[in-house]
Design a protein around this ligand. Sequence first.
Ligand code: GLN
Length: 192
Amino acid sequence: MATGILALQGSFNDHRKSLELLDKEYVLIKDNGDLKNIDSLILPGGESTSMIKIQEESELFDSLKKLINDGIPTLGTCAGLILLAKDVLDGSVSLGLLDCVVERNAYGRQNESFEGLVKFNNNSQMYCFIRAPKIISARHNVKNVAQLDDEIVGIQENNIVGLCFHPELTNDENYLNWLNNFIVEGNNVRSF
Ligand code: GLN
């Protein structure tokens, strides 16, 4: 079995590097045929509107939805979080599985992208926010798992984790340990 990385567009190669560092199997997902041996899933950052458009004519998102609903550990970073969210301000709902409202591009334009000190998995680390979405609200069944100052920048609902930032660009030890537990062994991330 392997971790599937959605590879329509965006930073899928960086997630590939994370899994290579962990010496784990992965499959790049471009269509339904790539989903056969997947037992965990990563939805990368990039441009959610492009990803939605690219798969529009296919049934890929229906199949992903089914896999995620069946409970496979699923990590969405940035655009990946937008794909997962049930409610999207200034954008479209696609997979609609994570019970939160996100606002696309809420920190500003490309040149307002920044690095910030994030508390994630009981550790503080600088992470990149690139035209990142903000988590505007989340339902009570959704845990807060990452924080930037007093803002929530990561959430988890059962098997789904959504992060506003890009840990795959840092690949620090804390993130890789967490990824190993969550994606590969299916363990839960710590909440606040
Ligand atoms: N702004 C992008 C979007 O709306 C997300 C940016 C990212 O993934 N770094 O999809």
